[in-house]
Design a protein around this ligand. Sequence first.
Ligand code: MN
Length: 204
Amino acid sequence: MAITLPPLPYADTALEPSISATTLQTHHGKHHKAYVDKTNAAVQDTDLVDASLEQIIAAAQDKGDKGLFNNAAQSWNHAFYWNSLAPSASAPSGDLAAAIDSAFGSLDALKEDLAAQGAAHFASGWVWLVAKAGALAVEQTHDAATFATDDAKPLLVIDLWEHAYYLDHKNLRPEYLKAVIEQHLNWDFAAENLAREGNWTYPA
Ligand code: MN
């Protein structure tokens, strides 16, 4: 049972002009697909051939297999990222809104934290909204590092790799972050993640 490349949850034009169809086609159809293909190639003929992506990530971490970890974790992170975005932003409500107010003071303060940490992050990585130890927090991870198998529960993520924004915003990562944070964060997905028992799992 191979790891699949889930389709984008919206049309490739749905995030324009913040993220162009060209960026989404390459980012999903080339980058994400390559991570999935390399993960499948690496586990072929091993005892991980029928494992879930989360099991593969955990096994790669345990074994210190950096190559497998990078491809498996990037497969997971990208699927989580597609779901973290939406054609238009909803508004947090209920338990999520209360948790945001409790941790950050306001939704605007959370957005500022995401934008600031995303802009300040050095080189490639991800900026996350996570729930850990009963409170929300903004966290950064480098390269392929992930919250997929962490005790902290990821709610949303934004890709900070240059391939996520360079075609549309050149070197202006803060411009990409502002557009995504103001217009395209999927707060309904964040609320579902906050409410679920464990962490989000990659589609089989
Ligand atoms: Mn990416």
